[in-house]
Design a binder for this molecule. Structure first.
Ligand code: IPE
Ligand code: IPE
Ligand code: MG
Length: 247
């Protein structure tokens, strides 16, 4: 039991934009990369909090398709850092019943060795069901939709599908993780009010919670606060709240 949280209304899926590492480091006179390194403890405390909540799906934005625009040193650091984090933490995550998955483009500039470690980790944890922790890595919402359209177009060209039969479910089925439920709650740290190309299709009806906390300072208690805020919201999905139909 977590005070102030109704366990029967915990979101099924929480997606987080882990933002503010650079500013956290800057405030301390450190290098930006030291901010990324400090984000690791935040991530694992948040995962712990998710497990405590009984959360089934957590997705974290680790590297966007636009992050290649950063200085080469930082990009290189982020590739190596994400790889080493995976290698250091995967056995622990596995023992906790966490299934680790990745969404995003696996080719392009992502080093082959990193892709191999991603695939190994996915295989190692594939049978776990307590929680699915998805890393959005070399991920962009527009890239994901573009890739979905390409794969649908191939099916149409091969005569396996009629263009007129394409509907929203077709698109959902062609996303990187077709079995992943849409996020109920999206959390972004560091006081930025942007989507930054994250889960564009999937977030159509997500509730957004923004906090000024910089990612390296984020902890399970901040996740709980976001869930408390979520539980105060009315989700209407374009309809009306029950009991307000008489206008
Ligand atoms: C988020 O922190 C981590 C990544 C984008 C990889 P930033 O690096 O964006 O930190 P700020 O926004 O510059 O403070
Ligand atoms: C979004 O943060 C990407 C990740 C957290 C990995 P950014 O810091 O890259 O987003 P912008 O550039 O501020 O929109
Ligand atoms: Mg940022």
């Amino acid at each position: 039991m977590i005070p102030g949280i109704d366990p029967s209304r915990v979101p099924r899926h929480i997606a987080l934009v882990m933002d503010g590492n650079g500013r956290w480091a800057q405030q301390r006179g450190l290098k930006r990369t030291e901010g990324h390194a400090a984000g690791e403890e935040a991530l694992f405390d948040t995962v712990e909090g998710g497990l405590e909540l009984g959360l089934k799906w957590m997705t974290v934005y680790a590297f966007s398709t636009e992050n290649w625009r950063r200085p080469l040193d930082e990009v290189r650091f982020l590739m190596r850092f994400n790889e080493s984090l995976l290698l250091r933490r995967r056995d622990d995550l596995n023992e906790r019943g966490v299934r680790v998955r990745f969404i995003g483009r696996r080719g392009g500039r992502v080093p082959k060795r990193v892709v191999r470690h991603i695939e190994d980790t996915e295989a190692l944890t594939a049978k776990n069901r307590r929680m699915t922790l998805t890393f959005a890595f070399n991920y962009g919402g527009r890239a994901e939709l573009t890739d979905a359209v390409r794969s649908i177009a191939r099916e149409v060209a091969a005569g396996r599908m009629r263009a007129d039969s394409i509907d929203e479910k077709t698109l959902s089925r062609h996303l990187y993780a077709p079995d992943m439920p849409d996020p109920d709650l999206m959390v972004r740290t560091s006081g930025e009010f942007r989507v930054s190309n994250y889960l564009l299709w999937e977030s159509a009806y997500s509730e957004f919670v923004f906090t000024d906390v910089l990612w390296p300072d984020f902890r399970a208690e901040h996740l709980y606060n976001a869930v408390r805020e979520f539980q105060r919201r009315d989700r209407r999905f374009g309809g009306l709240e029950p009991g307000s139909e008489s206008a």
